[in-house]
Design a protein around this ligand. Structure first.
Ligand code: ASP
Length: 303
């Protein structure tokens, strides 16, 4: 069963054209992550970071380039990375003008004594560790400018705030990791921080159990502590797919919001679940890459 990788490209409504682009995007990210995971000595941590970076660089996802815009029309990103051996984690929030927020989160984990650094402090930390600062506006796409206009005018146009990215993995040695990156929600108040960089909400992992990543309405995910709710069910021995489905349903029943999640158990069992209409996802295990934009509908390739 080992190694195994699951990724998501965000939960929520998307039109057919964008859904196809996301399907292609999660497949590319899954192949990239798998390359690192399946090589000798491949680490779950390197694989989840690599998969997330690919999606941050793909403007069809709400992370890095192509992130949604806040009310002022600016990109502010949240990201998290965690490893399940020592429970080390790093995160950034409301950070601007950096190509790969997930890699800054990894620097926070590896080069600081903190877990979460926000706003200007996150940008200063990134620059101090050699991460180049982009020109203001470099991450903004026309699609997201239109989305923000739609949200401001309350028009139903491009689906807003969809496409946060995440990855969970277990490697050949049984090490687990999770990584997430997002622009948050379209039209958010500047300075708003969602679930993504928060341990137990956006993601969580422990090699004794497995790894979990969430996506969807951040305030609802935070109220339901979605990642930790799934994780605790897994810890009690609930099969991973049931744990993810039950927890997403609990979130929707209890908060009225919608969400999705991916998970992998320490022995390589995988889960994909969502209460949104769609969620792009990909799994790789046992020589097969499966991907879809809805759980239950999939394309399969040998890998
Ligand atoms: N959970 C993210 C947030 O609320 C958005 C998403 O997953 O689409 O910031």
């Amino acid at each position: 069963m080992l190694p195994a990788l699951v990724i998501h490209g965000g939960a929520g409504d998307v039109d057919e054209k964008r859904a196809l682009a996301k399907l292609k995007g999660v497949q590319i990210a899954a192949r990239e992550g798998w390359k690192l995971l399946n090589q000798s000595g491949g680490s779950a941590l390197d694989a989840v970071e690599a998969a997330v970076r690919v999606m941050e660089d793909d403007e069809n996802f709400n992370a890095g380039t192509g992130s949604v815009l806040n009310l002022d029309g600016d990109v502010e990103m949240d990201a998290l990375i965690m490893e399940g051996h020592k429970l080390n984690a790093g995160a950034v929030a409301a950070m601007r003008d950096v190509k790969n927020a997930v890699s800054v989160a990894r620097l926070v984990m590896e080069k600081s004594e903190h877990i979460l650094i926000v706003g200007q402090g996150a940008n200063r930390f990134a620059e101090a560790h050699g991460v180049p600062r982009l020109e203001p506006g470099a991450l903004i796409t026309d699609y997201e400018i239109n989305c923000l206009e739609d949200v401001k005018n309350k028009r139903k146009g491009n689906a807003p705030g969809v496409g946060t990215v995440g990855a969970v993995a277990v490697d050949k040695e049984g090490r687990v990791a999770v990584a997430l990156s997002t622009g948050g929600t379209c039209g958010k108040t500047p300075g708003r921080v969602g679930d993504t960089p928060l341990l137990g909400c956006g993601g969580y992992c422990d090699e004794a159990v497995g790894a979990v990543a969430s996506t969807g309405h951040g305030e609802s995910i935070t109220k339901a502590c979605l990642a930790s709710t799934i994780f605790n069910l897994m810890k009690q021995g609930v099969p991973v797919q049931d744990a993810a489905e039950q927890s997403c349903e609990f979130l929707t029943a209890r908060t009225g919001g919608t969400a999705g999640a991916i998970a992998v158990s320490k022995d390589g069992h995988l889960a994909v679940a969502h209460t949104t209409d769609k969620m792009s996802w990909a799994t790789v295990s046992n020589g097969e890459l499966r991907a879809g934009v809805k759980w239950g509908e999939e394309v399969v390739e040998k890998i």
